[in-house]
Write a new protein. Sequence first.
Length: 406
Amino acid sequence: MSRSPSLPDRPRLDLDPDMTPEERLEALRDHFEEIVRVNEQLTDQLDDARGRQTSLTDEVDQLERENEMLKTSSLYIATVEELTDDGVVVKQHGNNQEVLTEVSPSMRESLEAGDRVAINDSFGVKEILDPETDARAQAMQVEASPEVSYEDIGGLEEQIREVREAVEEPLINAEQFHEVGIDPPSGVLLHGPPGTGKTMLAKAVANETDATFIKMAGSELVRKFIGEGARLVRDLFELASERQPAIIFIDEIDAIAAKRTESKTSGDAEVQRTMMQLLSEMDGFDDRGEIRIIAATNRFDMLDRAILRPGRFDRLIEVPNPDVEGRERILEIHTERMNLDSEVDLRALAREADGLSGAELASLATEAGMFAIRDERTTVEQADFRAAREKLDQEEESGSQPVAFA
Ligand SMILES: Nc1ncnc2c1ncn2[C@@H]1O[C@H](COP(=O)(O)OP(=O)(O)OP(=O)(O)O)[C@@H](O)[C@H]1O
């Protein structure tokens, strides 16, 4: 670094008491000139210093920018997998490396499993990322590991077997398909009346395969987020590949994949764009790794056949209302934790419940419990089930929605 030039000496005024007034005046004049000269010299030096200060400030700014760039380029993107007592488990994108890292207590408070974060070389979490994507991700329901298991589903043994074969096997035994030389089914379509357990099936398979369950309702894709549908579909698949193994579950697929109508409203165009995006994501599905896609509909007749072509939703599984054995099993499942009177005959109740869906049977059990509570009993009797059935039938006749009890 160059040294700063030394400052000029301060001018001194030496007045001798023996001086004549003329000599004094002369000395004062000389002193004044000297002061003016030093002042000019100092002003020049100050100008120089200002110039140097400006160029040094520029240099500092430049270095700060470079430093900032170096810092940002060394951050990696990761997803928070789990918050544990020992720290936070993050999975780095790209290499899928999982690490346990520590975060500051304040950051920990705002972190949730599934958040996208920026981590540095030593895996320290530096930032929580992308609120915009997160806002859009709110349209999706993400469960790291749903709690539904196959045992919780009544009367769908055949459907469970088919779903396991079409979804579970390719996830767990991808190698086997490769060796035999066939492609596993691309997408599975569950179709049948409302409340028959389609969502439960999808959740159970995610649970069984330790896959993340990502649900999106077709109706939300096009109703809530007009103009966003196609982008949401892209996000959905992107999120799935970040969180793989993952099961994508698109409920009410008919909302985006209904047969084309003649009308050409802007809403239709939006639906069309969303569906095209879904099809193109599915067509590029082969290289997507451990992601399986399940869709569900209550309106199979309305579907555009384009989505059922090979390589798309090419495995159809019908999920009907339960038969009498199924109904009995569903009642058993939903009354398992209930305090039932020994007289309660679930078989007889199942026989009388012809045409009821799984969801309606679940409501029946809860309503029966409510009747016992109203009567200040802790045991649920056969009569409570009958009263509950009457109430549900009346509600159905009057068109009001039965309460959904999950
Ligand atoms: N087969 C079943 N076994 C046990 N419970 C069931 C069954 N089917 C439905 N239920 C009960 O009904 C609730 C709703 O079921 P689910 O959401 O899986 O139906 P769904 O077929 O996906 O309905 P929707 O078509 O209306 O979306 C479940 O949470 C469960 O309590």
